[in-house]
Each structure stands twice: as C-alpha cells, then as structure tokens.
Design a protein around this ligand. Structure first.
Ligand SMILES: Cc1cc2nc3c(=O)[nH]c(=O)nc-3n(C[C@H](O)[C@H](O)[C@H](O)COP(=O)(O)OP(=O)(O)OC[C@H]3O[C@@H](n4cnc5c(N)ncnc54)[C@H](O)[C@@H]3O)c2cc1C
Length: 442
C-alpha cells in the first residue's frame, strides 16, 4: 500500500519503520527541518550548536525509565542496546528554601516539613499505587480527582506540601480536575533508575530515519500539511505551499489532536466537539550553558513553592557527563503553559530576567548577569501535555476517523492512562501500523 505519515516524531517514525519493514511504500511529511518532534536534538534544530560538543543535547529534557519496554525493544532491534546507559541520578524538591531529596522511601522518611506519621502515611499510599495493577485500576480511579483523593488519603497537609505546587505547575487552572488514574500511571511506571541514550536522543532519531530510508521509505522535511482530503480515488494532502500529494491508500496523522480539526473539514460535529473539549498545555524550556555547576549533584528539581515562574530545573550534566558537551554545565528551566500565558510570547532574555531571582534563591552564588549571558536556547511547543480530566477514557478519539477508515489519528492524547512519553509514542506507532498492515476494520 502507499501510505502517508504526517509527523516525524517517535510515533510517525516508528509507524513508518514498521510499515516499510512489511514492504509498504511510505512517505513521511514533517513541518520542521529535522525529525524527532518533542524528542528532537538541539544540533539539528539550531544554527549555533557547538561543533566540538560530542553528543547532541535534547531540545526538551529527556530520559527513559527502566520499564519503558517499547522503546528499549526498538533500540535492541536497531542493534543499539550497547548505547543504553542506566543511571541513578538524584531527584529533589525545592521547599522552604532548600533541597529535599525525594526519590526513595528512605528519603521520604527524612522529609521533615511533614510530621513523621504523615511521611509514613504518604509512603504507604504511594506504595499502594505503585503495586496496584491496571486491571484493578483505571475505571474507578478516573472518576476521582487526584487532588481530592490524595488529600483524603495522605492528609490535607501532606498533599499541599508535597504535591499541590507540582499539580498547579503542570496543569495550571485545570489541576483540580486531573484524575487519579493519571497520577497512578505516573507512580506506577516511574523508576528511580533512569535511562539515557549514548549520543543523545537526536542521534537515535537520525538512525531511525536512516533505517526507514534503507527500506525505501521517503521523508520530506519543511513540509507542513495544511489539508487532508479524499478525492474519491484515494487520500490526498496539501502542504502550506499548495503542493498536493497523493493518492494514498492510507494516511496516519501523528501531530497533536487539536490540529486534526484544522486539517480535516468534514468531521462529524460530535467528533469535533469531543476534540475541542480536550485541552492541551504548551511547554517551554530555557537552556543555560554554564561554566560552573548550578545544583549540588541534583539532576531533577521540582519546584514545590507557590507562584514560581517555572516548575522544574533539570541539570542535565548531573545525569550525563559534561565532557560530552565541551565541559559546559547544562541546565533546563522548564514550565507548562496555557495559550494565554504571557511567558508564551517572551524571548530568551526576558525569560532569563524573569527567572533570575528565583534561580538565585536556589544558587545564591550565581549572578543575574551570568544567568542572562548563559541563556543559550529557548524551545517552545504549543501542544505538549494533554490535560486528563475525570472519565477521560470516554473522550479518547478512535485511531480511525469516523468519516474515513483509511485515515488514522495517532497522538499522545490517545495513550491514556499513560502520560506522554517516547515509550508510548513507539507503542502507538506500532499499534497503528499493525492495524493498517492487518487491514482489520475494528
Ligand atoms: C518538556 C518535555 C519533557 C519531556 N520529557 C520526556 C522524557 O523525559 N521522557 C519521555 O519519554 N518523554 C518525554 N517527553 C514526551 C515525549 O517527547 C513525547 O511524548 C513524544 O516525543 C511524542 O512523540 P510523537 O511523535 O507522538 O509527537 P511529537 O513529538 O509531537 O511529533 C509530532 C510531529 O508532527 C509534526 N507535525 C505536526 N503537525 C504537522 C503538520 N501539519 N504537517 C507536518 N508535520 C506536522 C511535528 O513537527 C512533530 O515533528 C517530554 C515532553 C516535553 C514537552
């Protein structure tokens, strides 16, 4: 079959890889000038990446968990398992003007902002969620707000001190409605040992693209698709320069769910309303390249304070050796944003000035000038985090379009209850390609 794939993120690349292996003729259309989507590397995304840096840095901070089977299996299939590094970096939370390591039962027991009994109670609840299996889980959990359930089970104070700022930072005004199944999925799947791909995830993207090309798959960069339509003989697409491609026997769209409505105009009203009811938040990261370490050995710092302008500080070089990046200390300052947030329009310098006083609380030695002059790259994506409210399973869009069962929509809004991630993009890519290859009609 002749198949079009829109998007060269991990979902699109995996689907294309699987379909080319089965002998289908696949063409990928990607709006950016490089592959990888949210997991792309800085080297190909900017013009000023230092040539002497040995490894590619990720545009948005990335790691995998040791239980991320789908992506680890794909890496093994590509013969690259020797490039997998499993590490145990430190994760902490910033509360009451200091670091609190919070990445194991033992560190939780030392978490003195809460009374001993509260710590123990929180530990029991997290252990319960960790070992609760999916079969007994999602349907009852998705009817409950995570905030309400956690406050009740851990105690109001424990929830407020340890979790509330993180929920607000991640979901903004929607945080009260986030369902418990989403929280369970995070606790259940996460491991304290983390995985990094030697050379950076951008390197893996390039290898995958090469494999697709070896099997006669084609990939066209800088081709933003603006319309998908049915000509009667097959499916066609049109890019933003008005160039038409087709006819295709099948088409997979792997961008974000809300953009489906911009590309296809004959969708039933119920489908449109359902998509419109699913909010997504954007993400922003400012990357600092510093000459000195920023945090004392901490890789991941969650900000547990109210009203800070960022949610996390990720010191990549406390996870991966700085020698791979010209001995620079690389720090991501990250936050999630709704459409109307003023930070969405701010430039690198403006954000550095906004973040500086808060970064100085974490590291009083760093000057405002160092922060502004070391701010190297800024990455933003409008559709980064699906908001999963109550009974979200009822909203999951089908993989096949109701109006045309040759058109598939495979996005991060459809992997629920799991949180967005490369592992689930690979799983989604495999799922949609298997459906197409089997030619089954659900
Ligand atoms: C801040 C942040 C941190 C993250 N950290 C991690 C992590 O540590 N570990 C992890 O596993 N995951 C992480 N993720 C999530 C992970 O990156 C994504 O879930 C995954 O990469 C999604 O892959 P995808 O292919 O489904 O979508 P995307 O990566 O969004 O790819 C979609 C592609 O489609 C293209 N596209 C969209 N519309 C069009 C169009 N009209 N025409 C042509 N092309 C189009 C886009 O340019 C893009 O390349 C993180 C995400 C963010 C935002």
């Amino acid at each position: 079959m002749r198949i079009a794939v829109i998007g060269a993120g991990f979902t699109g690349l995996t689907a294309a890889f699987e379909l080319t292996k089965k002998g289908h003729k696949v063409q990928i259309f990607e709006k950016d000038g490089y592959g990888g989507g949210l997991a792309s590397g800085v080297r190909r995304a900017v013009a000023d990446y230092p040539d002497e840096w040995e490894w590619d840095l990720d545009c948005f901070y990335h790691h995998w968990f040791t239980g991320d089977r789908e992506i680890l299996d794909l890496v093994a299939e590509l013969g690259l398992s020797k490039r997998i590094n499993v590490l145990r970096p430190t994760t902490a939370t910033w509360i009451n003007n200091r670091f609190w390591q919070l990445d194991s039962p033992w560190s939780l027991l030392r978490f003195s902002p809460l009374p001993v009994l509260s710590r123990f109670r929180m530990g029991c609840i997290l252990a319960y969620l960790k070992y609760l299996q999916r079969t007994s889980g999602v349907s009852w959990m998705e009817k409950l707000s995570a905030k309400d359930w956690l406050s009740r089970m851990m105690g109001e104070k424990a929830y407020r001190v340890a979790w509330e700022s993180l929920f607000i930072g991640k979901f903004g005004q929607d945080y009260r409605a986030i369902n418990l199944a989403w929280f369970w999925a995070r606790v259940n799947k996460r491991t304290s040992r983390l995985v990094y791909f030697e050379g950076g995830f951008g390197d893996l993207v390039e290898i995958l693209i090469e494999k697709i090309r070896e099997k006669s798959g084609e990939i066209a960069f800088n081709r933003r698709v603006r319309e998908i339509f049915n000509s009667g003989q097959g499916i066609w697409l049109e890019d933003e320069d008005g160039k038409k491609e087709g006819p295709f026997d099948r088409l997979i769209f792997t961008g974000s769910l809300p953009t489906v409505l911009e590309l296809m105009h004959d969708l039933p009203e119920a489908y449109q309303n359902n998509v419109r009811s699913q909010r997504m938040l954007g993400a922003l990261v400012l990357i600092l390249a510093l000459d000195k370490p920023f945090m004392p050995g901490v890789y991941w710092l969650n900000i547990g304070e109210e009203d800070w302008p960022f949610l996390s500080v990720v010191e990549h070089t406390n996870f991966v050796d700085k020698a791979h990046y010209g001995n620079k200390h690389l720090v991501y300052i990250g936050c999630y944003l709704s459409d109307d947030d003023p930070r969405i329009k701010m430039g690198k310098e403006e954000l550095a000035v906004l973040f500086a006083p808060y970064l100085q609380r974490i590291n009083p030695q760093i000057t405002k000038e160092t922060i502004t002059t070391s701010s190297r790259w800024l990455f933003r994506n409008k559709y980064a985090q699906p908001v999963v409210g109550l009974r979200h399973s009822e909203k999951i869009a089908p993989l096949r379009l109701p109006t045309d069962n040759r058109v598939y929509v495979a996005t991060m809004s459809q992997i629920y209850p799991w949180d967005r991630g490369v592992n689930y993009a690979v799983e989604m890519g495999k799922r949609v390609s298997a459906l197409i290859d089997e030619g089954s009609l659900e």
